[in-house]
Write a protein that binds this ligand. Sequence first.
Ligand SMILES: [Fe+2]
Length: 250
Amino acid sequence: MAQPVTLFHVSDIHFGVEDREAHRWFADAVARERPDAVVCTGDITQRATKRQYAQANEWLAGLGVPLTVEPGNHDMPYYNLVERFRTPFKRFDALAKAVNAELAFADLAIVPLRTTVRAQRRFPWSDGVVKKKALAATLAELERMADDGRYKIVACHHPLMAGPPGSPHNPTIGGDEAFAALARAGADVVLSGHVHDAFDLTFEVDGRPLRMVGAGTLSTRLRASRPSYNVLRYDRAAGLEVEHRTLLDG
Ligand SMILES: [Fe+2]
């Protein structure tokens, strides 16, 4: 029997420069409303230190609901360049192993896409790159579930498109191509973070709509908006409803 699913989509929690009030506000809502899962789209730490990862581990585990995490550009070692090049995701993978749950819903699936790389041919290294191998892994997973009728959510750190049609420059290398390929492979929505402001846009690829939803930040690194997160409610009949929740000024 089909069951509605509620997800809290949070991003850029940035332990090290976290907004403690915003973190409490989010954790209180999780405790009160008990979403089916939390999806965190990266930048879990500020500098990927052991201390920041330990804080993140404790906080995420303490939320007490199933969750899944993606790595952001801030989640690879920043001070230790040897580790950054040799094993960039070692610290993140240890966190993911400790906190990630196996999420299995009858009506929706969450598929990761890695957009974070240890280095690239431009500076700074903060913007996204979709490598062929990363995209192929996501497409293969979408292919495996092509005919199962589930609503397909792709979770990554960097927005794949720059903004509304006509936006001049897409900072995510390979983003446009990845977005089109995901649409053709049957994805329904792409969740991301990175820009620290929430958005909800729909694009069409070959006549098929693909939605792109971004979560804001729970850190002190604010851009245009106050700390925020998204509540996603999916129901087979009604589709996906997205609510942006913003922490109002004290
Ligand atoms: Fe961030």
